[in-house]
Design a protein around this ligand. Structure first.
Ligand code: GAL
Length: 442
């Protein structure tokens, strides 16, 4: 068959994403290291431990892997608890280390995208109430100033907070993340403080670095009514989407927190995003359930027969990527896919997941939607939060005991995609022939 291809615009960003707590190892006192010590909080009581040993220097070999396989950017996060170990103390040596890593990225022609806060909070801050205490707003702005002063010669692409909506849900509604609350009021307070902290950091960064591009990485999840004819299921799906997907970025855009009924003003955050980061993994079916008030009357599940990941955490729904990008358009800023990937230890699903999702990104790009880049989660297997080491998202496999890395076939596939700046029928034939007829129909 003749070779066909789907190409991306020139200068498209191709990278992978990681986060400090998940890869650095020897993590200092933060709310997650403390959480890992509590029995039963993490699956099998796994610990982040040495993680991928980036703090010990293995960032070099992993970023070599990224660069050698054609990636032109990398997204990582800074560990606030290293940089500010106590309220009145900055650790200059930690900042030097991050500067060295940024220099290392430039030496490898990897453009850095830096997240200031990816789930972890210094323990001293968590003990003061974390996101529930409005003092965090000033603390976050001071931390942003410190970091931007230190790294400004290398970094202009900043994500303030990773997935504030996941933190609202997992830390304050479902209780899976520290501080383990199930309290809608606490979730709303945390959300409000995250909005204000984001806005304060946005202004702090721009003051030091007017040319900076600053955004939030949102987790977009698809919510489809289980029975499309049912007004109750439709209401439940809409409410999930409103509270989980829309609330935060709409507030950042408009300065108003839209609730199922009415809205609250928060004018100081309006217009504080230069791009929107979209993390897309999967889509849920939603059925109305009167007995789940704590989950906004929704029962969520994957379609029967869905193409599931190893532990059933992710259903492969590529159309949801297109929906996510369409959703992101409403914010009228450039869009960057800051995370997308799947847990798949033996790499039998990842090749088709990757190709099918990138095909949807390509479709969106062809509507001239302003999509600037794609970051695959993740470069190497890493510590997956409350799921510990049970889920393997890496293009490279990690042996947690020996620190040995082994390349999965998807790493080669992604390298070919990055180098080609697109996907070809020949790649699909070699890596995921089972989706050939849907991606490249005759
Ligand atoms: C995201 C999160 C990442 C990673 C990923 C896969 O929600 O930002 O840190 O854990 O999920 O589970």
């Amino acid at each position: 068959m003749a070779q066909a291809s789907y190409h991306f615009p020139r200068g498209f960003l191709w990278g992978t994403a990681t986060s400090s707590h998940q890869v650095e190892g020897h993590n200092p006192p933060n709310n997650w290291t403390a959480w890992e010590q509590e029995k039963g909080r993490i699956l099998h009581d796994h610990k982040s431990g040495l993680a991928c040993d980036w703090w010990g220097g293995r960032w070099r070999e992993d970023l070599d892997r990224a660069a050698d396989s054609g990636q032109n950017t990398h997204r990582l996060s800074l560990e606030w608890s290293r940089i500010q170990p106590a309220p009145d103390r900055w650790d200059e040596a930690a900042l030097d280390r991050y500067r060295e890593i940024m220099r290392g990225m430039f030496e490898r022609s990897l453009l850095p995208m830096v997240t200031l806060q990816h789930f972890t909070l210094p323990l001293w801050l968590a003990e003061q109430g974390g996101w529930e205490n409005e003092r965090i707003v000033d603390d976050f702005a001071a931390y942003a100033r410190k970091v931007v002063e230190a790294l400004k010669e290398y970094v202009t692409m900043w994500v303030t907070i990773n997935e504030p909506n996941v933190v609202m849900a997992s830390a304050y509604l479902f209780g899976d993340f520290p501080p383990g609350k199930k309290d809608l009021g606490a979730a709303m307070t945390a959300g409000r403080n995250m909005l204000r902290a984001h806005a304060a950091a946005y202004h702090a960064i721009h003051k030091i670095q007017p040319q900076a591009r600053v955004g939030v990485a949102m987790n977009y999840r698809g919510f489809a009514p289980a029975r499309s004819w049912s007004p109750l299921d439709r209401w439940a799906a809409r409410t999930q989407s409103l509270m989980f997907n829309d609330l935060f970025p709409r507030a950042v855009q408009k300065g108003k927190i839209y609730l199922p009924v009415g809205f609250q003003r928060i004018p100081e955050v309006a217009g504080t995003q230069d791009f929107i980061g979209v993390n897309y993994y999967t889509r849920d079916q939603v059925a109305f359930n009167l007995f789940k008030p704590g989950e906004l009357f929704a029962r969520r599940f994957f379609l029967p027969g869905a193409d599931l990941s190893d532990t059933g955490f992710i259903a492969n729904v590529p159309q949801g990527m297109f929906d996510a990008l369409k959703w992101a358009l409403q914010f009228e800023v450039p869009i960057i896919i800051t995370e997308n990937g799947v847990e798949d230890a033996d790499d039998d699903l990842r090749p088709r997941y990757l190709l099918q999702h990138l095909h949807q990104v390509w479709r969106a790009v062809n509507f001239n939607w302003p999509i600037k880049g794609y970051y695959h989660w993740s470069l190497v297997d890493n510590f997956e939060w409350e799921r510990g080491w049970t889920q393997r998202f890496g293009l490279w496999e990690l042996d947690v005991e020996t620190q040995a890395r082994r390349k999965r076939p998807s790493a080669d596939l992604y390298a070919e995609i990055c180098r080609e700046n697109g996907i070809t029928s020949e790649m699909v034939e070699r890596y995921a022939p089972e989706v050939m007829s849907s991606l490249f129909p005759d």
